[in-house]
Every structure is written in C-alpha cells, then in structure tokens.
Design a protein around this ligand. Structure first.
Ligand code: FEO
Length: 392
C-alpha cells in the first residue's frame, strides 16, 4: 500500500516475476496492476482491481489501509488484469456497487458473471460525489478496448487513466524517477496495444486537453507527477512523422537471404539511413514493436519454404499487420530455390497496411551480381523516400 496523498492510496500489486502478457507480449521488467482508493468524507471508492493471481495482495493492502467499507468500485476496463478481482471484492464488500459504462458493464457480465443488480451505469462526463471529493468519468475508448474510460478526481486534479499512458514496469517507485527507463517501457506498451488505435488516441488526447491534470495515475507502472512527459510522448508517437529508420526483419535458412540482408543494410547505412536489423529467430518481439512506432519503413526478408514464406517471416507480417504502424513503405526481399509465392503470401498478410509496397528483390539461390545491383537500387529508392517523407 502506497499513499499518493492523504485519503488517496495505491493498493494494487507489483508483479515482479511476470514475463509474458497475453501469452504474447514479453515483460522484461515485470509489470504492476495499480488499483486506487479514494476516501471521501461520505463515500469510499476503489478504482480498478488486479489480475486474479494477485487478488490476495489487493485484499491485504485494503486491510492494511483500514478500508472497512467500499461504496463504489470504479471499473475502467473489463480486461481481467484490472477486473479479475471484482468478484472477490464484491464478496468481501457486498454493499459495493460497480460503477462503469454500459459497454463495460456488459463485458463484465460476460467475462466475470457479475450480477446485473450490482452495477451503476454512468455516462461520459457524469460526476459522482464522495462527499468532499468528486469523480468525473471521461470515456476514452480504444485504449485499447472499446469500453475503456478514465476518471478525473476533480479536487486533487488526478487523472486515473487505466491502460492509457501505462507501462509494463515493476518498480517500487510510486512516481516516475528514471524517465528514460519509463519512456522505453511506456513506448513498448504503446506499441504493443495502443498503436493500432492512433486516431482514437488522438481524439482522447484532445478530450483530456482542457483538464488541469497534476498527476496521471495509470493502471500499469509508475505514476506521472509531470504529466506533460507522457502526454508529449504520446503526441509524438501518434503523429504522422517518421524517423530516418528502416526495420529489416529477416530469417535465413542456408545463408542466401542473410547475404542479401547484409548487403542491403550496408547500402542503407552508406546512405546514412538508420537501420534496425532483427533476426526473427529468437528476436525480442517487444523490441521490434518499439521500433515500429516511428520507423519510416519495414523490409521483410525471407527464404522460400515449401513454396511460401518462412513461418517466422509470416509471423512478423501478421504482427506488423496487427500493430498497424505508421511506416510509409514496406518491402520484401528473399531467396528461392525452385519457385513459390512468398511475396504474394506476405503481401496477403499485410492487408491493414496503407504503406506503399516497394518492388521486391528475389534471388534464385545464392545472391549474385545482378541481385546486389537490385538491392542497391532498393536502397536508393528507400533513401529517396526518406527525403520525400522528411524522415529525421
Ligand atoms: Fe491492462 Fe487492457 O489491460
């Protein structure tokens, strides 16, 4: 249990040991499931809960804080890492009402089997008095589910933002102390779950713009007592601006594709283009996601396996398609022995992308003089694109 201010407490759980989220997202630094108590002169609210395996920690923290009554359980988001302990909390505090929006209510009924009678449904902008403290609900959809919302504590100027502005970072720091570390974690978090909803996030940033916010209290990672730090970072990440950087993600079986990658990367570097090269076998998907936030383009490189792309390259294409980065162009290079439809297959996996698809470069077997020439031409084309996009 950690005190933010008198009567405003963080009572969630730090998950130091978790290493994977959704069986997909690497958590090199663990995470936390933040939950908050706001004690008003008349009513007490619990804002969000924790992931079910950490329910005991939430209950212990509530006991330690001397919380004998919860009137309102504010649920911002139905995903289980924040809502999973609601049924246990309702058992301990049977008079508590779950306060949320209509969409989240329906999801909580579907996911948790919570009794419909337990809910108070609120509208966007509605306020709820705790006596000397007022909660104002701000709907912030698609960060990263359609029902997500935030709460503004009017008197103390705190925005409880749930996943929005969060970071997967287990730390004993209540507030951000190491900015560069939090920036990286928050960027990775944005890349993995927020990036596909850039335009919605822009609307949400616009929506909170006129609130006087002194503290942002997300549901993962440390709190921000300099909100501009994370708000400005989000503005940069969602903007259309790209950096002078290409991601080259490859897999190679017998070395031909690798030779092509090395040649292309050398040609790009000679033109002062920044490159992030990933060997997809064993690559850290989180690091790849971070680079996707602002890279100008992506090159996927694959050999041909059983007439198609190597499954590792197909996985990368599916990931890029799901994360919908703002990359301006995509290219496929690779090798084949006797034929195949590798390029068509990868293109077919990238249907969400609005990026320009550049002419592929394919080598039959070992890359030869003419293949290297085509890779030089591709590097030239990429350099021109970067000038065009003013990538910097
Ligand atoms: Fe942290 Fe979308 O749950």
């Amino acid at each position: 249990m950690r005190q933010i201010k008198p009567d405003i407490l963080e009572v969630g759980a730090i998950d130091w040991d978790r290493r994977l989220f959704d069986e997909l997202i690497p958590l090199p630094d663990g995470t936390s499931y933040n939950a908050y108590i706001v004690r008003g002169s008349k009513k007490t609210a619990l804002i969000d809960t924790v992931d079910p395996p950490k329910t005991d920690m939430l209950i212990t923290n509530l006991a330690e804080a001397g919380i004998e009554r919860i009137d309102y359980l504010i649920s911002h988001h139905a995903e289980q890492d924040h809502s999973g302990s609601i049924p246990d909390i309702l058992e301990i505090f049977p008079d508590a009402k779950v306060v949320t929006n209509e969409k989240c209510k329906n999801m909580l009924i579907d996911l948790m089997g919570i009794d419909e009678q337990k809910f108070i449904v609120v509208e966007d902008g509605q306020e709820l008095s705790l006596g000397n403290k007022t909660l104002k609900f701000i709907f912030t959809p698609w960060v990263h589910w359609p029902e997500t919302m935030s709460t503004y504590l009017v008197e103390d100027k705190i925005l409880f933002s749930c996943d929005f502005f969060g970071s997967h970072l287990a730390t004993s720091d209540l507030f951000v102390t190491d900015k560069s570390r939090v920036y990286e974690s928050a960027k990775q978090y944005y890349a993995e779950i927020m990036m596909p909803f850039r335009s919605q996030i822009e609307k949400n940033l616009e929506k909170i713009k006129n609130f006087d916010i002194k503290i942002i209290a997300p549901s993962h990672g440390p709190l921000y007592n300099e909100p501009a730090f994370i708000i400005d970072a989000y503005k940069k990440w969602i903007s259309d601006e790209v950096e002078n950087k290409v991601i080259v993600a490859y897999v190679s079986m017998h070395g031909s594709t690798k030779k092509m990658v090395e040649h292309l990367v050398g040609a790009l570097m000679a033109k002062n283009i920044g490159v992030q090269q990933f060997n997809l076998i064993g690559a850290d998907i989180g690091k790849l996601a971070i680079e996707l936030v602002d890279a100008a383009g992506v090159v996927l490189a694959s050999p041909t396996v059983l007439a198609g792309a190597h499954p590792a390259a197909a996985y990368a294409a599916v990931l890029v398609n799901a994360l919908r980065p703002k990359a301006k162009y995509l290219a496929v290079i690779g090798s084949f022995g006797w034929g195949g439809r590798m390029v068509e297959q990868l293109k077919g996996l990238l249907t969400n992308s609005k990026a320009e698809i550049l002419e592929p470069v394919l080598a039959k077997g070992e890359p030869k003089e003419e293949d290297f020439k085509k890779l030089n031409e591709l590097a030239e084309k990429i350099a021109n694109k970067h000038m065009e996009y003013k990538a910097n």
